[in-house]
Design a protein around this ligand. Structure first.
Ligand code: PLP
Length: 409
């Protein structure tokens, strides 16, 4: 059966709402994707019948909650083809996953050690490393970005040197939509024994993947971008890599034993999950990934590629419009950033909002990338499988209105 966005739309209650009395054209999926009814139901059912703390209780409800939480871990493991559930650490999102990794990997590093990242990184994969530099004196080296908006991997040979300990890059840019080819990255890392951390926030929603086949040592993503709730994320790690990492946060649930003199830590993943974890959120994430794996999205990529290309081509027809990202569909996703001559991205987003078109305007938490393109921000339309040709039409009607409004015609 051909992919039908209408079948997807009917599962997302928010898409039938009419904010400001108009149909909603939700094109801010790179920030947060919407959530299907089945995920809402799974969270509600958990909170209604299985709410308790995990691991620590022996009563039936605590056991049921633990089973649900660990069941969600198993679903994540299946989604990313992990070899064991214990490779999946629950975090609060991509940001907290990367902070965990930066702290743990950075613990043994010092002056002279090098981390390679790129100018295209989201602040979530930049600031934790800037903080590590402040704490430990490590050197950060940045891969540049091409005019097309791709991380320039031809610079790897120059940048990755003997003292490189970590290469950390986005799998897919939240600004340009460009997908990173990890083959040369992994080869460069292996040559010097560096770890590879992948920021998968924008790529994980595209469907099942295999982080270890990609060559990653660690892979981070967020629940709210994969049709799940917020407040939950994942740091997947190869078993030997996680086992060698010290904990980040301390507290209940992550220890083997504690006395007033000393503490020993539990094995991964528990070592990295101090305190009460986001239990209902994990259950919701599991339901969301099950939904993605259920076959509903078969054929969605082709549909989204077609819509993305429509947006790009229509932008190219607007005088003064500038696309920030690849103009073809090769190795890119449906995240389309653009600038309109003389219009501030916030103004664009505000006028579009009057038409019920939700896009993001600003620096998208990627200020160095904006600087690279000589911009303070862009407007960004980002697609999900439930988007339609009507959404694209509404986007361009609204853009024309913005152009009219600001040119005074
Ligand atoms: C590429 C990328 N990395 C990291 C993040 C941070 O994700 P979160 O805010 O869910 O922690 C985002 C969010 O937009 C992103 O797009």
């Amino acid at each position: 059966m051909a992919f039908d966005p209408a079948r997807i739309r009917e599962q997302f209650p928010i898409l039938a709402t009419r904010p400001m009395g108009r149909p909603l054209h939700y094109l801010d999926n790179a920030a947060t994707a919407q959530i299907p009814q089945t995920v809402i139901d799974a969270i509600t059912a958990h909170e209604t019948t299985h709410r308790a703390n995990v691991t620590r209780g022996v009563h039936a409800l605590a056991e049921a909650a633990t089973e649900a939480y660990e069941g969600a871990r198993h679903i994540v493991a299946r989604y990313m083809n992990a070899t064991a559930d214990s490779e999946v650490v629950f975090t609060y999102g991509t940001t907290s996953a990367i902070n965990l990794a930066a702290h743990a990997l950075g613990e043994g590093l010092g002056e002279g050690d090098e981390i390679v990242l790129s100018v295209a990184e989201h602040h979530a994969n930049l600031v934790p490393w800037l903080m590590l530099r402040e704490r430990k004196g490590v050197t950060l080296r940045f891969l540049p970005v091409t005019d097309e908006g791709r991380i320039d991997l031809s610079a790897l040979n120059n940048l990755v040197r003997e003292r490189c300990k970590v290469i950390t890059l986005t799998h897919c840019s939240n600004v340009t939509g460009a997908i990173t080819d990890f083959r040369p990255v992994v080869a460069a890392a292996r040559a010097v024994g560096a770890k590879v951390l992948v920021d998968g926030a924008q790529m994980a929603p595209k469907g099942q993947f295999d982080a270890s086949e990609l060559g990653a040592d660690l892979y981070a993503f967020s629940g709210h971008k994969v049709y799940g709730p917020n407040g939950i994320g994942v740091l997947w790690g190869r078993r030997d890599v996680l086992s060698a990492m010290p904990p980040f946060m301390g507290g209940g649930g992550m220890i083997r034993s504690v006395s007033l003199e000393s503490v020993t830590y539990g094995d991964p993943p528990k070592r990295f999950e101090a305190g009460t974890p986001p239990i209902a959120q994990a259950v919701g994430l599991g339901a969301a990934l099950n939904w993605v794996m259920s076959g509903y999205l078969d054929g969605a990529h082709k549909h989204m590629d077609r819509l993305t290309l429509r947006i790009i081509e229509r932008l190219q027809g607007i005088p003064g419009a500038r696309l920030v990202g690849p103009a073809n569909m090769e190795e890119r996703v449906g995240v389309v950033s653009f600038a309109l001559d003389g219009l501030h991205p916030h103004d664009i987003a505000q006028i579009l909002d009057r038409h019920g078109v939700a896009v993001r305007g600003g620096h998208h938490c990627a200020e160095p990338l904006m600087t690279r393109f000589g911009l303070t921000g862009t407007a960004r339309a980002s697609l999900a499988p439930y988007n339609t040709d009507e959404d694209v039409d509404a986007l361009f009607e609204a853009i024309e209105d913005a152009l009219r409004t600001f040119s005074g015609h």
